[in-house]
Design a protein around this ligand. Structure first.
Ligand code: UT7
Length: 309
């Protein structure tokens, strides 16, 4: 009998400091109008470290599952902004939460949370205990705050889920992971440098990647777009999200959007959007969720997840 996973709990961690578009105009040649019209972003949270935000999100996820740190066997941390090159930031999170077991980072940029979900399901399949999966990023730390092409886009945050092994297929109904390293020049940050992005080129490719991989995940799960209760996309640009919804045939009211409040938080954006959809009552037990992300690498990935503890 194979083993799958179900989601037992979730939580988020956010810096307290809110930076509005108007705040940015004090130091950058930009405007609230440009940022909100071109990206959908109105404000973002800035501050903390990748580990501190991850610990907050992880603690809440464990609490919401009605569990203790001792009930978790592995920490999988999706991040593209680790606190240090060595050690992996997951080790700091494991220590901070008092978890006994394995801990490692997964770096697939903004696709990291979906990659991490598949890794966690794979761990369960080979016999692990509960996995704490966290997406946490502090893009503000690798941002040149004098570069208006990047500074207006980024935000910091974290989101986590507790995944519990179950007998049978579990909640992850289908998934696909994709990468094309020949496009790595489009979004990068060298050691000691700042984030660089060819926004136009990524925009052009992102919609197609998202639509193809999301549709593949739906086909593999034998689910029609009309039966998706909530699309949980990576939050990089509202226009990308809208274009993807339209092409997939999923109405915008069944799409989780938090980019207006948090900006682009990379690995954290999907779990932050998931948390928002849960809080607003748009996800219930038995809901069918379509998660889809894309980003540096380039990487892109989608998964169909059945909600319910
Ligand atoms: O999560 C990782 C994946 N990343 C993405 O998915 C990002 C995808 N790309 C995008 O979201 C968009 O390409 C951006 C939001 C980054 C840029 O929007 P755009 O509509 O592609 O604008 P653009 O780069 O074509 O720039 C248009 C104009 C330029 O001026 P000119 O050449 O028309 O005179 C820019 O210099 O807007 C100017 N501009 C700005 N103006 C005010 C660029 N940044 C700003 C700014 N404020 N912050």
């Amino acid at each position: 009998m194979s083993r799958g996973v179900v989601v037992k709990g979730w939580g988020i961690g956010l810096p307290e400091k809110v930076v509005t578009n108007d705040d940015l105009t004090a130091t950058l040649d930009t405007s609230d109008e440009w940022i909100s019209q071109r990206t959908g972003i109105r404000e973002r949270r800035i501050g903390g470290t990748t580990s501190s935000l991850a610990i907050e999100a992880g603690r809440r996820a464990i609490e919401s599952a009605g569990l203790l740190a001792a009930d978790i066997s592995t920490v999988v941390l999706a991040t593209t902004t680790p606190d240090a090159i060595v050690p992996g930031t997951a080790a700091t999170v494991q220590d901070g939460l008092g978890i006994v077991g394995g801990a490692f980072d997964v770096n697939a940029a903004c696709s990291g949370f979906v990659y991490g979900l598949v890794v966690a399901a794979g761990l369960a399949a080979v016999g692990s205990g509960r996995v704490l999966l966290i997406g946490s990023d502090t893009l503000s730390r690798i941002t040149d705050w004098d570069d208006r092409t990047i500074a207006v886009l980024v935000g910091d945050g974290a989101g986590a889920v507790v995944l519990e092994p179950v007998e049978g297929p579990g909640a992850l109904l289908s998934w696909n992971l994709n990468a094309d390293g020949s496009l790595r020049h489009l979004l990068k940050c060298d050691h000691g440098g700042y984030l660089y992005m060819d926004g136009k080129e990524i925009f052009r490719r992102a919609v197609r990647m998202v639509v193809e991989s999301a549709q593949q995940a739906l086909d593999d799960a034998n689910i029609k777009a009309g039966d998706v209760d909530m699309l949980i996309p990576h939050q990089a640009n509202l226009r990308i999200i809208q274009a993807a919804c339209q092409r997939l045939g999923i109405p915008e009211e069944r799409t989780a959007v938090v980019i207006d409040r948090y900006g682009n938080t990379s690995s954290a954006s999907i779990p932050l959007a998931l948390d928002d959809a849960l809080k607003t009552g748009n996800i219930k037990d038995g809901s069918t969720l379509l998660l889809t992300g894309f980003g540096g690498g380039m990487t892109w990935a989608s998964a169909v997840l059945k909600w319910g503890r």
